[in-house]
Design a protein around this ligand. Structure first.
Ligand code: NDP
Length: 314
């Protein structure tokens, strides 16, 4: 017979939002269950140095930070289950979520913390140098490129903001875009074009990341002009891929209100979705800030809101 697990607070996802929600819910004696998903620990488990999470004067490692959050959530009483939710029924309370294992998780409230994933170009050398000169987050890794040359791939708001942010550290930033105009907001474009540290290469794609083997390190980028097919090598120390993020929300399509890019809509300042008792926290509902600390903050709000709702419905 299929196992059924009941809880007052069911948390889906194990990034900073999920673990923070779990810590707060457990300390409110709500005995939460957290279902980890396919990538336990989320996006931070594929980063290396973390210097911007408050509380650590020395550099910490992303995977270590997530192990600590896991241990802390468990220590205060969260039941952590390794499973992946593949079906949900939010039509009535309690809500029912079914895992790949066949287990039914029945939650009086649900906090969705399934996160987002950076989109990657998909070329083999991009994967090879990920974490060794190829990054998906300038806010996280820009600091390591002090007085170095970097490249940003993309033409949206993220690419332009990342390029502007990188000028605080790097000696020069080259933005490479596949077309001859940006889709980023005009005000951001204006700032970019005015910045003497930034140059733009239009109509071009990253063909190959160039680098050394031992140690694994980026030394340049081979670009292909998409109009002429000409190849050019540009010397850079780091490459930031900023071609967008995709929220992990396929499971909730047609059930929860989402924006045109698939981010779950929440009422600003809250984690409320369009279904009372279903909350969304972290990157799954935030396409602007996307930081571990902001995800943790909204995870906390989710747990406090779930707790309040349970008291009101008692
Ligand atoms: P976007 O989808 O807006 O932009 C992605 C960019 O990457 C586009 O320029 C696109 O090119 C390019 N791109 C996509 N795929 C490839 C590929 N395979 N190869 C090369 N280039 C590619 O994503 P963003 O992350 O920039 O923004 C996501 C959302 O978040 C947007 O709604 C944005 O406005 C919002 N945002 C808002 C911010 C703010 O308000 N401050 C900050 C950051 C994001 P092309 O243009 O040719 O399609």
């Amino acid at each position: 017979m299929k196992e059924k697990l009941h809880t007052k607070v069911l948390i889906i996802g194990s990034g900073p939002a999920g673990y923070s929600a779990a810590i707060y819910a457990a300390r409110a004696a709500l005995e939460p269950i957290l279902v980890t998903g396919i990538q336990p620990g989320g996006q931070l488990t594929v980063t290396t140095d973390v210097e911007n999470y408050p509380g650590f004067a020395d550099v910490i490692q992303g995977p270590w930070l997530m192990e600590q959050m896991h241990a802390q959530a468990k220590h205060v009483g969260t039941q952590i289950v390794t499973d992946h939710i593949s079906k949900v029924d939010f039509s009535k309370r309690p809500f029912v979520c079914i895992g790949d294992s066949g287990t039914e998780y029945i939650g009086e409230t649900v906090i969705i913390c399934t996160g987002a994933q950076a989109k990657w170009l998909g070329i083999p050398t991009e994967k090879k140098f990920q974490g060794f000169g190829v990054s998906g987050c300038a806010t996280c890794d820009g600091f390591f490129y002090r007085n170095k040359k970097v490249m940003v791939i993309g033409g949206g708001n993220t690419a332009v903001e990342e390029a502007l942010h990188l000028t605080n550290h790097a000696s020069h930033v080259t933005v490479v875009h596949r077309r001859d105009s940006f889709r980023a907001e005009k005000i951001l474009q204006g700032r970019l074009f005015e910045n003497p540290k930034i140059s733009v290469i239009w109509d071009s794609a990253l063909e190959e990341v160039l680098g050394t083997e031992n140690p694994l390190s980026v030394t340049g980028a081979r670009l292909k002009n998409l109009k002429t097919n000409a190849l050019t090598d540009v010397a850079v120390d780091g490459i930031f891929v900023a071609i967008g993020h995709a929220p992990n929300t396929a499971l909730f399509k047609g059930i929860l209100d989402m924006d045109e890019e698939g981010y779950i809509k929440t009422i600003p300042g809250t984690t409320n979705t369009n279904i009372a008792g279903v909350f969304a926290a972290g990157d799954v509902q935030d396409k602007i800030y996307r930081q571990a600390v902001t995800a943790a903050g909204t995870g906390c709000i989710g747990a406090l809101q779930a707790s309040k709702l349970l008291v009101e419905h008692k």
